[in-house]
Design a binder for this molecule. Structure first.
Ligand SMILES: Cc1cc2nc3c(=O)[nH]c(=O)nc-3n(C[C@H](O)[C@H](O)[C@H](O)COP(=O)(O)OP(=O)(O)OC[C@H]3O[C@@H](n4cnc5c(N)ncnc54)[C@H](O)[C@@H]3O)c2cc1C
Length: 551
């Protein structure tokens, strides 16, 4: 009945629906919370639309540590409810909701002292395991001796590490996961449009009855009617509340978090590593054949759209990681850097409208308008449900409960069976089995969409860059099925080429523009404009990175 495909024709249809129909719920913002709210609302049987000013996950939701976790550090703050909730979501995602996207990852917690530290950390990890309840998709923690660690993680300094405890969490390509939730919402009938910025609210008396928006590709204004609007604007929340003349019960401060990306051989370890730092924790996370290391936590008040890493950020990460590493990691090893902004919610005292939990806030600063901010990526589904529960009060009718805990994302269906058939599929399409594995871990059973492209043109099974697993069919597919509208969308978010191989990203930008240009109806002018705009983003980051390496 509905299609999950997001492409130029679907976007044109969405723009026309936005201008002519009335929606039960309109969502502002296509980060994980916004797309989660769209999926939650549409699967309750409501008429739903979502508008995103840039691209899906263009804000914080493409720049996280990419961990689906309970958050070990919250145990130290005795926030058991929060940890239990996040662990429940983790188990759900790994087992049924999106096992094609969310994968278990093991971490070592290195110990430098033999008895006291092991007892303390061991008790914490036993509690972490216990809090996930009876349904257990991941193995329990395990104590390891110094000798075993030398074999698992030769890069850990043998002179100071006396032992370690191994525990499990999970990881995800956040931008891909967010886009897959968006596709799932579209599959159930939600009208989804990127490149649509909300500028103002439409009111009838005090009640918000819609928004005035701009199609950023044409600068055309659109009036969108909705009985209830939910804003999921992350670090843009304060700015938009002020622009809309709303006084919410909370404010959102920004904190910058930076990660560096290193080649696989920079750290010799079969497991990830978590380190306690003076202010928080540092993760050394395996990312396919590479490592992501971070993060920092510093107050920020600059440009929300493109936060950049500074030399101090990177030096802090190197210093903290090098406390336990031998050989040490160096600035010149770095192949990529990315920075994200945490939306940190602070409650305004005396506000009666705010329902604040320690991590996220759902507020209703005006009739017909709900806003949601804060929280973690891992618990997006719970936050989305909370926001929709509040927004439906404005519909003044009985609305069904959320069903997203029982709803697999698209691509999950049949994934485990396809994994067992990967050799056969590789043979049929004459591609290496490693390519099929790569595709299954990014598309699940939607792999057939990619294989269809290869069937039509065998050359689309070639890699775009020899050292990275992405094939040309994925670049085209990003536009025909995943809503990409620019070179930047493809290289920054549908694939992660721009941080996995910083320098090659700019080398293939023109080829990417050629592959996607035909689908997007581009001539030479539009192709070079999209390349130029991507290079402008990359050049700034490259400049910052080169400054670090050469300093
Ligand atoms: C460094 C870092 C590491 C993190 N690591 C983890 C982790 O490992 N695990 C975890 O669980 N969580 C993690 N988090 C937290 C997590 O990433 C965030 O909580 C989550 O991504 C926030 O999603 P969001 O949808 O609220 O915001 P965003 O993803 O920022 O989405 C807001 C969207 O609103 C859009 N928007 C803004 N203005 C308008 C407008 N006028 N009209 C239309 N759209 C608009 C923006 O373009 C943006 O796409 C991390 C965060 C950071 C910064």
């Amino acid at each position: 009945m509905f299609t999950s495909q997001l492409n130029p024709q679907q976007r044109a249809d969405a723009l026309s629906s936005l201008a002519t129909e009335e929606f039960d719920i309109l969502i502002i913002g296509g980060g994980v919370n916004g797309v989660g709210a769209a999926l939650d609302a549409v699967t309750r049987g409501l008429k739903v639309a979502l508008v995103e000013s840039q691209d899906f996950a263009a804000g914080t939701s493409s720049r996280s540590s990419k961990l689906i976790h309970g958050g070990l550090r919250y145990l130290e703050q005795y926030d058991f409810k929060l940890v239990r909730e996040a662990l429940r979501e983790r188990e759900l995602m790994v087992s049924t909701q999106c096992p094609h996207l969310v994968k278990p990852v093991s971490f070592l917690y290195p110990l430098t002292e033999k008895v006291k530290e092991r007892t303390y950390v061991g008790a914490g990890l036993a509690l972490y395991d216990a809090l996930r309840g009876m349904k257990r998709a991941l193995p329990s923690h395990k104590h390891l001796t110094g000798k075993t660690i030398a074999a698992i993680s030769p890069s850990l300094r043998q002179d100071i590490i006396t032992g370690a405890i191994r525990y499990f969490d999970a990881q995800v390509d956040d931008a891909r996961h967010t886009m897959m939730i968006a596709r799932t919402a579209a599959r159930h009938g939600a009208v989804m449009a990127t490149g649509v910025r909300v500028d103002d609210l439409i009111r009838n008396g005090k009640k918000v009855i819609g928004v005035v928006a701009t199609d950023t590709t044409t600068n055309k204004k659109i009036k969108i009617s909705a009985k209830s609007t939910i804003m999921c604007a992350g670090v843009w929340s304060d700015e938009l509340h002020a622009q809309f003349g709303l006084t919410p019960g909370y404010t959102v401060a920004m904190s910058k978090g930076v990660h560096i990306v290193l080649p696989g051989d920079a750290i010799k370890s079969k497991d990830g590593i978590i380190l306690k730092t003076p202010v928080s924790v540092l993760f050394l996370i395996p990312w396919a054949d590479q490592w992501i290391v971070g993060t920092t936590d510093t107050p920020y008040d600059g440009d929300r759209t493109k936060p950049l890493a500074t030399q101090e950020d990177v030096q802090y990460i190197l210093d903290q990681a090098n406390r336990v590493l031998d050989p040490q990691i160096k600035a010149e090893d770095i192949v990529g850097v990315f920075a994200g902004l945490r939306p940190l919610v602070a409650n305004k005292t005396g506000s009666a409208t705010t329902k604040l939990s320690r991590e996220h806030t759902v507020d209703r600063p005006a009739p017909g308008f709900v806003s949601l901010a804060g929280g973690k990526y891992t618990t997006y589904r719970v936050m989305a449900k909370d926001a929709v529960d509040l927004a439906v009060l404005d519909l003044r009718r009985l609305v069904s409960d959320s069903v997203t805990d029982k709803l697999p994302l698209i691509g999950a269906d049949g994934y485990f069976a396809l994994v067992q058939q990967s050799e056969k599929i590789a043979e049929k399409y004459s591609v290496p089995e490693a390519t099929i594995t790569h595709l299954l871990n990014r598309y699940g059973s939607l792999i057939e969409e990619i294989l269809g492209i290869i069937d039509a043109d065998g050359s689309m099974s070639e890699r775009l860059i020899p050292d990275l697993p992405y094939i040309k069919a994925e670049i085209l597919h990003a536009v025909t099925h995943e809503g990409a509208l620019s070179v930047e969308d493809v290289l920054l978010r549908r694939t992660r080429i721009s941080f996995e191989d910083f320098y090659s990203g700019s080398e293939v930008a023109a080829e990417v523009a050629d592959i996607i240009g035909a689908e997007l109806g581009w001539g030479t002018k539009e192709r070079s404009a999209s390349v130029k705009s991507f290079l402008a983003v990359i050049d700034k980051e490259e400049e910052a990175l080169l400054e670090l390496v050469n300093s």
